[in-house]
Design a protein around this ligand. Structure first.
Ligand SMILES: Cc1cc2nc3c(=O)[nH]c(=O)nc-3n(C[C@H](O)[C@H](O)[C@H](O)COP(=O)(O)O)c2cc1C
Length: 179
């Protein structure tokens, strides 16, 4: 499959079949994540994999009832929690070197996109979830203070794939020479 086809065909999948995802499949998507680019190759990311039903139930409490992605946490056979070590990316000599501060959100986002694209190439579905109580999740998963819980990515075999939401057109977003 062409890269652009994989990019365009990936959807946020929130409904999964009961079929399991193997540890090998999880390792393949995390392998894609670790080859993402990062600030000075600092690779601030870590990934917690959750397959245990009791742990999944505890994670569910981090989501409000209005989040359409809550169902995906319930249904997915595996959950990837994407974490980033603080004060590593965008840092030199212990100081932030740009006005943007910590680049951990950026680097972990690149890794997360690799996960979603590799999962799609394997016939698996994912959805990136950012609207949840990250402090609660950090407590449940024993995440140390110097590590941020960034996003939660349920992964499984799609039971239903939604239609692609519309994208802004190229001529709306490309600014040739000047903004
Ligand atoms: C940073 C981020 C946070 C997101 N958080 C949620 C979320 O909390 N719940 C949810 O259902 N979808 C969430 N999404 C998925 C988006 O709604 C989805 O990517 C967008 O509507 C485009 O659809 P597509 O991924 O199928 O192309 C999130 C996506 C991103 C990138």
């Amino acid at each position: 499959m062409k890269v652009l086809d994989i990019i365009k065909e990936r959807r946020s999948v929130r409904d999964f079949t009961d079929e399991d995802v193997s540890d090998e499949e999880i390792e393949t998507v995390i392998d894609a994540a670790r080859w993402a680019p990062s600030w000075a190759n600092t690779q601030c990311w870590d990934f917690v994999i959750i397959k245990d039903d009791e742990m999944k139930k505890r994670l569910l409490d981090a989501f409000g009832p209005t989040n359409p992605g809550k169902k995906s946490v319930e249904k997915a056979p595996a959950i990837i929690v994407v974490c980033g070590k603080k004060k590593v990316s965008g840092v030199k000599g212990g100081e932030y070197v740009t006005t943007k501060g910590d680049w951990l959100m950026f680097d972990t986002a690149l890794a997360t996109q690799n996960i979603c694209l590799q999962a799609h190439a394997l016939g698996l579905g994912t959805v990136i979830l950012g609207f949840f109580d990250a402090e609660y999740v950090a407590k449940v998963l024993n995440i140390p203070d110097n590590v941020e819980v960034v996003v939660i990515v349920p992964i499984g075999r799609p039971a239903r794939v939604p239609k692609a939401p519309k994208r802004r057109e190229l001529n709306e977003i490309i600014h040739w020479e000047r903004y």
